[in-house]
Write a protein that binds this ligand. Structure first.
Ligand SMILES: [Zn+2]
Ligand SMILES: [Zn+2]
Length: 166
């Protein structure tokens, strides 16, 4: 789909009743969603560009609406070993089932659709948080910091300390 109409404003909430379904009862939208920097376990994270380019597809069967979102993003946060910024590309995809304008079978904290309004901002934020890897590494071979003085061993591979005392 080249040259689709661009929507430059960031979308926070989306009325699912505004979806226009085709003859197969499917609809498709794409829009940018802002992702604010956040702190997890005391460490700061963000998404490169500050937003994701989200694709939303919807399928309708009777009163049941299945929403699928997908996006790719580059997560940034401190490397577990050297504390420099690590960048981790992620592909995210998630599904929400909606019946009569309400998220179905979700725990209330994870009901992203209420009264036909999709809280796309909260959904994306939660998906980003759950996409964070267990270990954030700037590279697989990161050498980390010197345990004695904290020097970055990636930039100073020859770094050593004289062993004193004889
Ligand atoms: Zn590192
Ligand atoms: Zn050192």
């Amino acid at each position: 789909m080249g040259g689709g109409r661009a929507e430059w404003f960031s979308v926070k909430r989306f009325d699912v009743r505004s979806l226009r379904f085709d003859e197969r009862n499917e609809a498709w939208r794409r829009f940018p969603v802002e992702v604010e920097p956040f702190v997890l376990g005391g460490a700061p994270y963000d998404v490169r560009g500050g937003q994701v380019d989200l694709s939303l597809s919807a399928g309708r069967v009777g009163e049941r609406l299945t929403l699928t979102v997908s996006f790719s993003a580059t997560l940034r946060g401190p490397c577990d070993r050297c504390l420099e910024t690590a960048e981790i590309p992620v592909e995210v995809r998630a599904v929400e089932v909606v019946r009569r304008g309400e998220s179905e079978g979700a725990d209330p904290d994870e009901a992203y659709v209420r009264g036909s309004i999709l809280d796309i901002h909260a959904w994306v934020r939660d998906l980003i948080a759950s996409a964070l890897p267990e270990r954030m590494l700037c590279s697989e071979g990161c050498r980390g910091l010197c345990p004695i003085c904290g020097a970055n061993l990636n930039t100073e591979p020859e770094h050593t300390h004289e062993v004193t005392g004889s």
